[in-house]
Design a protein around this ligand. Sequence first.
Ligand code: B16
Ligand code: MG
Length: 223
Amino acid sequence: MKQTPKAFIFDLDGVITDTAEFHYLAWKKLAEELGITIDRQFNEQLKGISRMDSLERILALNPSLKDMPQKEKEKLAYQKNDHYVELIKTIKPENVLPGIEELFTKLKENHIKIAIGSASKNAQRVLELLGLTHYIDYIVDAAKVTKGKPDPETFTTAADYLNIPYGECVGLEDAAAGIEAINQAGMFSVGIGDKVHLSAADYIVSDTTLLDLDEILKQFNLE
Ligand code: B16
Ligand code: MG
């Protein structure tokens, strides 16, 4: 018998909107203040990982900063966030990635819940600036979990709140660590991006314009 999933849980950065560039500019500014240079290629490894883990990777570029006290690190992470919050003030509804709002509308028509599972502490603020909060049933951000992706907690927390079995959830991600988290949660994983990077996903599309609800439901039922 055909089954319909009861919830779709979306990653934020790289799936709903592209805040990666803002994270990059904020990290670049902070790194420069520390005398470290980073480029866009280096930034690839910061996508989807937590603020503190990103800072650690930047500090590792200068061995003399390796033993910085925790308090100092927290100050730097705070400073980066100040830069980031300043930059995201420019985010507008036009910055929602193509195809996402159409998918949200179809999910609503089909009575399928919509949740967000993001590693960002700024998720609520970004979704408000994008004008999307009225579609969303629940937001899980970094403040609501103790273990970040690839741990499944971000996704299981959303499903638990909505009271939906994990096997009836679909998770959507652009980062390999996120796909691992969805798979570990026992949910159906949809990867958005390149096939090599996201090979562990149950179904992959190259970009958000190709997110078609009927096709996802078909793939969900092939599992
Ligand atoms: P914040 P996602 C992640 O968002 C970003 O991809 C990652 O680059 C960032 O470091 C992380 O959120 C933490 O963000 O500093 O705003 O708390 O892809 O999980 O939606
Ligand atoms: Mg992401």
